[in-house]
Design a binder for this molecule. Structure first.
Ligand code: NAD
Length: 439
């Protein structure tokens, strides 16, 4: 099938190459010329495990190309909408201008029978509004909403083997046609028995924001428990293990630490609250404000803990920050807790060196006032404290004995509760972590 993908960022670029892997002919459209050139030359514009190989294969097949000209989407039958929906400046609501612009340009090239498929995360009600616009401009064209659940770091596997497919469809007979087209697009995934949820626009839109709200709530729940553990001397890791054995609760997303960040969870829960307010249902989501507050408090607590460990003052103290990306296996630094903490430490007088295996270029560009190092050893040179803020596997594998020779003081703050406490303490380090007793 001929497919276009509008917006080739973390979601769209992986989606475009994955659709080629499923057997389709794809054109990826983006307004960012350097990004399009990089993609066309098989150079991923971002770090995502497995994406470079997938992109290379897709381009070599001759069935994938990229363009800045939306007219190149003409002739495709299915058009995936994958542009960004960031938080509006100074407001909780989502900034819909990229979605609006993409649809406005796309309708110029649509033909009757074409299907526009929204994948971006949008406020509930968007699909119905866009469907009117699409069918008003191009009678016979259709719109569906097919939210995306990929996780950065696992984007390729999640796109090719999703745990569910959600289709928000218009009423029949268009709904039936749209469903058949989507089933054809995802044929190998459908025939693998992947669960499908066939529903209306509003439910499909809400599945995504509800899922993210649940995940954010689970993380903030355990982080609230961490606050209590700090107040009582209890241990949040053991607490999480113990409650996680209950399979109604489960252990996943119960890792206490610095909390969530990135380009999705924070802005999605805020946009959800804003939309609930517009719909007169704001009370239903006031708990998300607390979820957000608990999350942001962890960053402040991390800075306090660093000050405590540095004998009560950060002034002039050398601090190594391991990790800049909002999570491991990604170079995404949008709303990164690690960079937020690094900047606070620097503002309070510490000499901070940040390192990351993949996100240094992005960090240098977006946070030019911070200082960076290429390796953990360089970052930790004569450090008074080392902070693990993004749990990259290579940091978890550091040898605390050898690493201890680099620093001035063997003090490690585990912002992700991810290091082996006994190994580090065994090598003579003072180990501190959020929600856990000091030694
Ligand atoms: P991104 O910022 O990496 O990519 C968005 C891309 O859209 C950019 O390359 C931008 O240049 C392009 N764009 C903007 N306006 C355009 C236009 N008019 N025409 C063509 N291209 C245009 O964002 P992302 O992380 O890929 O997220 C995209 C959407 O997917 C968001 O709604 C996000 O919430 C959702 N989402 C993201 C993830 C994720 O893990 N990144 C997962 C699920 C859903």
């Amino acid at each position: 099938m001929k497919i276009s993908v509008i917006g080739c960022g973390y979601l769209g670029a992986v989606h475009a190459a994955s659709m080629v892997e499923l057997g389709h002919e794809v054109v990826g459209i983006d307004v960012d010329q350097p990004k399009v050139e990089a993609l066309q030359q098989a150079t991923p514009p971002f770090y995502e495990p497995g994406f470079e190989a997938l992109l290379g294969r897709a381009l070599a097949s001759g069935r994938l190309r990229f363009s800045t000209d939306v007219r190149d989407a003409a002739g495709s039958i299915v058009h995936f909408l994958c542009v960004g929906t960031p938080q509006k400046r100074g407001e909780y609501a989502a900034d819909m201008r990229y979605v609006e612009a993409a649809v406005e340009s796309l309708v110029q090239v649509l033909a009757p029978g074409d299907l526009v498929v929204g994948k971006s995360t949008v406020p509930v009600g968007t699909a119905a509004r866009l469907a009117e616009l699409v069918t008003g401009k191009v009678p016979g064209a259709m719109l569906a909403w097919n939210p995306e659940f990929l996780r950065e770091g696992y984007a390729v596997a999640d796109t090719l083997h999703p745990d569910r497919l959600v289709y928000g469809l218009p009423a029949d007979p268009e709904g039936e046609t749209a469903r058949a087209l989507l089933d054809e697009v995802y044929a190998p995934i459908v025939s693998a028995g992947t669960p499908q949820v066939i529903t209306d626009y509003a439910t499909a839109e809400m599945v995504k924001t509800a899922a993210n709200s649940f995940l954010a709530t689970k993380i903030s729940f355990i982080n609230a428990m961490a606050e209590l553990c700090e107040a009582t001397g209890a241990d949040v890791k053991q607490l999480a293990d113990a409650i996680g054995h209950d399979d109604r609760i489960g252990r996943k997303f119960l890792n206490a630490g610095l909390g969530f960040g990135g380009g999705c969870l924070p802005k999605d829960i805020r946009a959800f609250m804003a939309r609930a307010g517009e719909l007169g249902a704001d009370q239903a989501l006031t708990f998300l404000r607390e979820v957000d507050n608990i999350n942001m408090r962890r960053r402040i607590r991390m800075v306090e803990l660093a000050r405590e460990v540095c004998d009560g003052s950060l002034l002039g103290k050398r601090v190594a920050v391991l990790g800049a990306a909002f999570k491991p296996e990604s170079d995404d630094i949008r709303d990164s807790p690690a960079l937020n903490v690094a900047a606070q430490l620097q503002l309070q007088g510490a000499v901070v060196l940040v390192t990351d295996p993949a996100a240094l270029d992005n960090s240098r560009r977006e946070w030019p006032h911070l200082d960076f190092a290429e390796t953990p050893e360089e970052a930790a040179d004569r450090a008074d404290a080392v902070l693990l803020l993004t749990e990259w596997p290579q940091y978890l594998e550091l040898d605390p004995v050898a690493f201890g020779r680099v620093v001035r003081k063997k003090r490690v703050l585990d912002g992700r509760n991810a290091l082996s406490r006994t190994t580090w303490e065994g090598a003579g380090w003072t180990y501190r972590a959020l929600g856990r007793r000091g030694t």
